[in-house]
Every structure is written in structure tokens, then in C-alpha cells.
Design a binder for this molecule. Structure first.
Ligand code: GTP
Ligand code: GTP
Ligand code: MG
Ligand code: MG
Lengths: 296, 276
């Protein structure tokens, strides 16, 4: 673990009095390696280390009998404060509230749409799930099955001979009309996975935003993402001015450094995390929960 | 070595940054740089273009290991596809089926994800689109029994290649890894030999956990090859280097999009050019 690596750096210096800046640098080399192994973005790690160094150069750490513990505390606190905590969904406006999910292929959007539906019903909302992924085979059916498993209504996206016959903006327009008729007050829209570098598909999302002004645009990101997490998050945020992030597959054993990369790059709240395949495996995000895991 | 050389002062740091940003592990990036430094002819100037050339050569050397050819020819073959959630297994099964169908093989697919919502239907649609028969099961049917049925169909009917899709599973979920081991045992029992190839699908956009995934899956169910998907994304796929160099596993194919034809053989040359 990082704490034992830092102990090792300092243990040979006991009895030599105050630590030097070089000693701090040696300790921070270990921290840097640990964060890179945790998939924190290279550039973000550099900035983080510089900030930690500034806080570590000073009497508290350098005169301390337990410098490694001090540095670990500085790093831990810095991580927790950067990662931030759950912020509630913006659902206090006039219904129907629209929550739109977006993200890369396979990140967990459709499953998360189901999870959000269950969560919102727990908050006494009248949820309507809307399948607006018109590309992936059986995407509409997937959301319908998830909806029916928890007794939530799902918009019946029209299909003919295996092809969807409405585009996402028509789907959402029809769904809103139905929601208003049935007093569904919260609409969760599932969209197709897409590369942030796919201009036509990013335009499709921008169009939905312009036409329907969703109250929440949530970026669904796989917690195992690597170095490209920064570029991906930045592009989705630049295109859509997202309102929050949902991290998925946090029940895996990856260190989850992408969370720090994403948060630091776009500075939008990480609101929830997916911790399993069941619709109930969904929790509000707290920085404390993954800070130590990123540290290693 | 570089005194008076043509390399700018922060060249090594920028290089390390570029390698790590392409998802090469920090350790491997350092090894690559140090190994190139050793090979550089003595003192004297070297331009960054020349250094890049040495770098490409070094990386190509690391990923050009000799691997035996795929074990699926001149008999009825079975390929088992495994991996964590959402990496592209089902789509890759369709792509692989299409790939081998175009090479003249009579392909059948086993839809052994009986767990996830609409997984069977997703593969059924791919089967229709590519003209490939799919052996499917009922929702929540034991996936091993669907695998058994698929192997029987391969043996009894006029097919020469069976590709089996499985449910996504995280390698740290013991019961799910045991389920996979059971699927493999059932295939072994029905076929009298284990699957000819077991490919783990890894997603190019994911980080170092992919190496843990490959190592863990190999330990628990044995892996003979790797397919890296989503290489059409902004991630550079540097993870391939550790797969080959650290784990000693061959990267057999890469996925480059969402259509059936978006699969290609892994080429070390093309990979290195795309990396740098
Ligand atoms: N273990 C685990 N699996 C998850 C989690 N969230 C989603 N999954 C799984 O990840 C896989 C992909 O989920 P989907 O909901 O289909 O992902 P998607 O983003 O809608 O995929 P596309 O529509 O193809 O872009 C499925 O196997 C889900 O069950 C999670 O928090 N933990
Ligand atoms: N851009 C791109 N997308 C891909 C590629 N391969 C798969 N996908 C997409 O990734 C998403 C997930 O693919 P699936 O085949 O459902 O993944 P899976 O591993 O079977 O998912 P689970 O069964 O839920 O674990 C889909 O939207 C695919 O179209 C690829 O090479 N490039
Ligand atoms: Mg989906
Ligand atoms: Mg699948």
C-alpha cells in the first residue's frame, strides 16, 4: 500500500532532524506512481502532486516524527475535497422533469436509466422511461424489460421490420406528450452510446438539448476508464454542458482514478455510482468512498 | 548520451507523457524509454525524428512475439468469448462470425448470456443481419445448458465453427467466474476437448484494470487470446503492449466500430504507427 511505501522512504531518515525538500520529492515520486497505476490522467497527476507538495513543504510535515502519515493525510484530504460529494438531482422545476443520459458505448446507460427510475420512484416521483437509442439491436427491448421488472412505464418506441421508425427527437416529443397526459412527472431518457469524436452523433445529442432543455444531462462513465477519460469528459461537457456524472461498475476492483480525472477536468458533480448489475445497486456518490481506493 | 544532441530539453518528459497518455503503464513506458536510450549510438546529436524511429522499433519488438496460429482450422472449432460488462463481447461475436463466414466457414453462434435483459434478442438480431444461425436459450436458463446444446448442434449438423457469447462479468465476482468455469467444463464434456480458443474481450478505452482482467480470467478459466475493441475511439490502445509483453497473450483481432465488418487482424506495424 502507498502508506507502507512512504514509510519506507522516510524510515532511514529518522534521527537526522528536519526533512529536506528532496525527501518530500522522493516520497511524492511514490505517490505519482501510485496515482498513475490507478489510471489518474498523467497531466492531472502532475497538477495534483504539485498541489500536495506545496502543502507538504512546511513545518507540520518536515518536523514531524511521522511524516508519511502527514503526507497521506494531506493526499487523502485533497482527494476527498477534489472528488466532491453527491448533489441532489435538479427535479424541483415544473413537470415533466427531463433527465437525459449520455456517454460512450457500453458504459452502463440503459441499466442506469432503470436504476434512476427505481431511485426516483423511491423519491415518490412518477417516472416514465424513454428508449431513445435507435441504433443498438434490442436496445429498446432492453429498457422495456428493465422497466417492466420494476413496474415502471416505458415509452413504446415504434419499430417496423426490426428498424426503429422515429428519430430521438421525435421519440422524446411523443414521450413528453404522453407524460403530460398521464401525469408522469419525471422522464428518464436513454440514448445510444457514442464516441465523443463522432460529430454527427454528438450533434444528435446537442439537438435534443436545444429542443427539450433537459433539467439534467448526466454523463455515464465507466469507472474503469483510462487516460482518455479526460478527453471524453471534456468533449461531452463542451458539447452539452452536462449537469452531473454517474460512475458505473464501481463494484469492480479497478482503482477508479478516472473519477478524479473527470471531476478535475469538467468540475461537474459526480452524483451517483453504480455498484452492480441489479437496479437496486445504485448509490449516491461520496468522495470519501473511493479516495482511499484511488490512493492504493 | 544526449549532450549536444538535437533533442529539446524536456523531450524525455514529453515522451513519457505521450506514452502514458496512450494507456501504456508507467513501468512499461519507463522500460521502453530506458531500453531505447541504451541502444542509441554514443554521444552525438540525434534528432527527435530519429529517436522516434528507435522508439517505434523497440515497441514493435516488444509486441511482435511469435504466437502459434489460431487453433480452429481443419476440424470443428469452438471459440469461447468472455470479458467484463459492456466491453463489446456480443458485437464481437457477430463480427467474428461474419469474418469467418466470409472466409467460407459454416458458422453457428451460441447465445449463452441468459442473464442480461434482451441479451438473447440482441444476438438474434445480429444473427439475422449476418445470416448466421444462433442457438439460444430461455431467459435465466442455465447458460451451461445452452452451451451444451450449441456444441451438440455443431457436432451433429453441418457446421465447422461455433462461437459462444457469454454474459459480462467482473473478474472479482467469484460466483460469476465459477459459472464461467462451469460453462467451460460443460463444453469440454460435450466436445471431449476444451474450446479451441478462449478470447477475452478488452475495451481500449479502459485503463490498467484490463491487464488485471486478462490475468484473472486466465487464472480462472484459461485464456488463449485477446481482442481489443473500440480502437476507433480516442484511446490509443497502449494496453496492447502489456497484454503481449507482460502477460504473453496474443492480441488476435481489434474492433474498430459497431458494424459487422469492423474487425481486423492485429497488425503490430499499424498499431505502432497509430500509437505514436
Ligand atoms: N457490475 C456492474 N455492471 C454494470 C453496472 N452498470 C451496468 N452494468 C453492466 O454493464 C453492461 C453494459 O450496460 P448497458 O446498460 O447495456 O450499457 P450502455 O451504456 O447502455 O451500452 P450502449 O447502449 O451499448 O452504449 C451490462 O452488462 C450491464 O449489466 C454496474 O454498476 N456494475
Ligand atoms: N465504437 C465501437 N463500439 C463498439 C465496438 N464494439 C462494441 N461496441 C459497442 O459497445 C456497446 C456494447 O457492446 P456489446 O456487444 O453489447 O458488449 P458486451 O460485452 O456484450 O456487453 P454485456 O453483454 O452487457 O457485458 C455497443 O453499443 C456496441 O455497439 C467497437 O469496436 N467500436
Ligand atoms: Mg444502452
Ligand atoms: Mg453481451
Amino acid at each position: 500500500a502507498l502508506s507502507s511505501k512512504l514509510e519506507k522512504v522516510f524510515k532511514n531518515l529518522r534521527g537526522y532532524g528536519k526533512l529536506s525538500e528532496k525527501n518530500i520529492d522522493d516520497a511524492l515520486k511514490e505517490v505519482r506512481l501510485s496515482l498513475l497505476e490507478a489510471d489518474v490522467n498523467y497531466v492531472i497527476v502532475k497538477e495534483f502532486i504539485e498541489s500536495v507538495k506545496k502543502k507538504s513543504i512546511g513545518e507540520k510535515v518536515m518536523d514531524s516524527l511521522t511524516p508519511s502519515q502527514h503526507i497521506i493525510k494531506i493526499i487523502h484530504d485533497e482527494l476527498v475535497s477534489l472528488l466532491g460529494d453527491h448533489e441532489p438531482l435538479n427535479i424541483k422545476t415544473k413537470p415533466p422533469v427531463i433527465i437525459m443520459l449520455a456517454g460512450l458505448q457500453g458504459s452502463g446507460k440503459t441499466t442506469t436509466a432503470g436504476k434512476l427510475g427505481l431511485y426516483l420512484r423511491g423519491l415518490k416521483r412518477n417516472v416514465y422511461l424513454v428508449p431513445a437509442d435507435v441504433y443498438r439491436p434490442a436496445a429498446v427491448l432492453q429498457l422495456k424489460k428493465l422497466g417492466s421488472s420494476i413496474n415502471l412505464p416505458v415509452y413504446d418506441t415504434p419499430e417496423k421490420d426490426g428498424k426503429i421508425t422515429q428519430m430521438p427527437d421525435e421519440i422524446l416529443k411523443s414521450a413528453i406528450e404522453i407524460a403530460e397526459k398521464h401525469a408522469y412527472d419525471t422522464i428518464v431518457v436513454d440514448t445510444a452510446g457514442r464516441l465523443e469524436i463522432d460529430e454527427p452523433l454528438m450533434e444528435e445529442l446537442k439537438l435534443l438539448k436545444v429542443k427539450f432543455s433537459p433539467n439534467e444531462i448526466l454523463f455515464v462513465a465507466d469507472s474503469m476508464l483510462g487516460q482518455s477519460a479526460v478527453a471524453v469528459a471534456r468533449a461531452f461537457n463542451d458539447s452539452l454542458d452536462i449537469t452531473g456524472v454517474i460512475l458505473t461498475k464501481v463494484d469492480g476492483d479497478s482503482r477508479g482514478g478516472a473519477a478524479l480525472s473527470i471531476k478535475k477536468t469538467i468540475n461537474k458533480p459526480i452524483k451517483f455510482m453504480g455498484v452492480g448489475e441489479k437496479l437496486s445497486e445504485f448509490e449516491p456518490f461520496y468522495g470519501e468512498r473511493i479516495a482511499d481506493r484511488i490512493l492504493g | 548520451i544526449f549532450t549536444g544532441g538535437g533533442l529539446p530539453p524536456d523531450y524525455m518528459e514529453k515522451l513519457e507523457e505521450a506514452l502514458v497518455l496512450s494507456d501504456i503503464s508507467f513501468q512499461t513506458a519507463s522500460d521502453i524509454i530506458n531500453s531505447v536510450k541504451k541502444d542509441i549510438p554514443g554521444a552525438g546529436s540525434i534528432t527527435s525524428g530519429e529517436f522516434k524511429g528507435f522508439l517505434k522499433r523497440e515497441i514493435k519488438k516488444m509486441i511482435s512475439k511469435e504466437f502459434p496460429p489460431l487453433n480452429i482450422d481443419d476440424k470443428k472449432g469452438i471459440i469461447l468469448i468472455v470479458g467484463v460488462n459492456g466491453v463489446g463481447k456480443t458485437t464481437t461475436v457477430a463480427k467474428l462470425g461474419n469474418f469467418y463466414k466470409n472466409k467460407g466457414k459454416k458458422v453457428i453462434v451460441g447465445a449463452c448470456d441468459t442473464f442480461r435483459a434482451a441479451a438473447q434478442e440482441q444476438l438474434a438480431i445480429w444473427g439475422e443481419r449476418t445470416g448466421i444461425e444462433v442457438v439460444s436459450g430461455k431467459e435465466n436458463q442455465d447458460p451451461a445448458s445452452v452451451a451444451h446444446d450449441a456444441v451438440q448442434k455443431l457436432k451433429e449438423k453441418d457446421f465447422d465453427l461455433l462461437i459462444i457469447d457469454t454474459a459480462g462479468r467482473l473478474h472479482n465476482k467469484k460466483h460469476l467466474m465459477e459459472e464461467l468455469a462451469k460453462i467451460k467444463r460443460v463444453i469440454m464434456k460435450a466436445n471431449s476437448t476444451p474450446p479451441d480458443e478462449t478470447f477475452i474481450i478488452i475495451d481500449a478505452s479502459l485503463g490498467q484494470n484490463s491487464i488485471t482482467q486478462a490475468a484473472q480470467f486466465r487464472e480462472l478459466v484459461d485464456i488463449t487470446g485477446v481482442i481489443i475493441t473500440k480502437m476507433d475511439g480516442s484511446a490509443r490502445g497502449g494496453i496492447a503492449i502489456d497484454v503481449i509483453h507482460k502477460l504473453g497473450l496474443p492480441v488476435r483481432f481489434i474492433g474498430t466500430g459497431e458494424k459487422p465488418e469492423n474487425i481486423s487482424d492485429f497488425s503490430p506495424e499499424i498499431f505502432v504507427e497509430g500509437l505514436l
